[in-house]
Design a protein around this ligand. Structure first.
Ligand code: NDP
Length: 335
């Protein structure tokens, strides 16, 4: 295995690999050796377009002669494909949600532990300078005891992504498994706290096929007693995104920070007025890949581990349960 120049397989000829992760692998010292698609022509075209040496439809071929695997297929495929990669002894970066059920996600994490491979979840937002500034300010006690958080993550799903996410129930479609999982991870990261229960309502505004939610609002209660509100949607073109935390001694306002791009601001408001905090803007995916590559060398852990992926799913699944039953749902991490 090469730990200085890790060789990667892409499982899934996906948009996210093309737009962000493949460039980040290459920018941080890795190489992309092979792409696997269910469709041979797509694999070949994707490989040609992105200068990937090999194209295949075979998992065995994809896993040969690589060090690490990036799984970014539709959600229902993550579990079997991740288990195959782990069984072959490959390190794993898996897209969120890790799986469709908590039991499957737990099985993936346990298998990676047994095999001694590095496993990460691609929760990009915790790599953002904005969210790191929020976390640091809270850890330094700058807002006293955090009491409330609010996450605004309502967006418009771009036309080129209006496919399985809003149409195909077998993929775990819907805004909760797509976006709320990211809120869950970011809340856990920024607050250094764990959600215990959630109440949520979902909306069907017509973008999602019948039965597939395209909007959600909810409130989660954390171990410390903090309440966190989240609002996620595929259907709104004009809102700003944001992440606020309000404490006994101050408030933190992150704006334009629930995004893939390294942008946004963080403002601290307290009894001495309003101060813009320094934000170290770096490419979120490059930071994730840089930390992943370091973990392969035995230097630290990935930005978001497999366990983090299980825990973000646990909150999302509880939100769906609450929306279904009309009651508060406990966040069961299966730990
Ligand atoms: P895509 O729809 O682009 O790709 C998913 C799969 O759909 C691909 O693996 C591919 O299958 C198939 N596919 C893609 N384009 C076409 C096409 N033109 N015709 C036919 N089939 C196609 O999904 P995303 O890249 O948006 O998402 C993939 C995964 O990544 C999901 O799990 C999602 O939740 C996650 N994601 C994570 C993000 C993050 O920032 N962490 C951001 C966006 C997505 P095949 O490989 O078999 O050809």
């Amino acid at each position: 295995m090469s730990t200085t120049a890790p060789r990667w397989a892409l499982i899934g000829a996906s948009t996210i690999a093309r737009e962000w992760v493949m460039p980040a692998i290459r920018a941080t010292g890795g190489s992309v050796e092979v792409v696997m698609s269910a469709d041979r022509d797509r694999a070949v075209a994707y490989a040609r377009e992105h200068a990937v040496p090999r194209a295949t439809t075979s998992m065995d071929e994809a896993l040969a002669d690589v060090d690490a695997v990036y799984v970014s297929t539709t959600n229902e495929l993550h579990h079997p494909q991740a288990l195959a990669a782990i069984a072959a002894g490959r390190h794993l970066l898996c897209e969120k949600p890790l799986a469709l059920t908590l039991a499957d996600a737990r099985e993936m994490v346990a298998a990676a532990q047994r095999a001694g491979v590095v496993m990460a979840t691609n929760h990009h937002l915790r790599n953002a300078g904005t969210h790191r500034a929020l976390r640091d300010a809270i850890a330094q006690g700058r807002i006293g005891r955090p009491l409330f958080a609010r996450v605004f993550h309502a967006v418009y799903l771009p036309p080129h992504l209006q496919g399985w996410r809003i149409r195909d129930p077998k993929t775990g479609a819907g805004v909760v498994m797509d976006i709320t999982v990211h809120d869950a991870d970011t809340l856990r990261f920024v607050l250094d706290d764990e959600p215990e229960a959630v109440t949520a309502m979902v909306q069907h505004a017509g973008m999602g096929a019948p039965g597939i939610e395209d909007g959600v609002m909810g409130v989660a209660r954390f171990r410390s007693g903090l309440l966190a509100q989240f609002h996620d949607a595929f259907t709104t073109r004009y809102p700003r995104t944001g992440f606020e935390v309000h404490g006994t001694e101050g408030s933190l306002i992150g704006l334009d920070c629930m995004t893939q791009r390294p942008v946004g601001t963080v403002t601290l408001r307290n009894d001495s007025g309003e101060h813009d905090l320094h934000v170290d803007h770096v490419n979120l995916y490059e930071r994730a890949l840089s930390n992943f590559h370091a973990a392969l060398r035995g230097e630290g852990a990935p930005s978001a581990t497999g366990e983090d992926g299980v825990r973000s799913m646990a909150l999302a699944l509880a939100a769906l349960e609450s929306a279904r039953t009309g009651r508060e749902a406990a966040v069961n991490t299966g730990a």
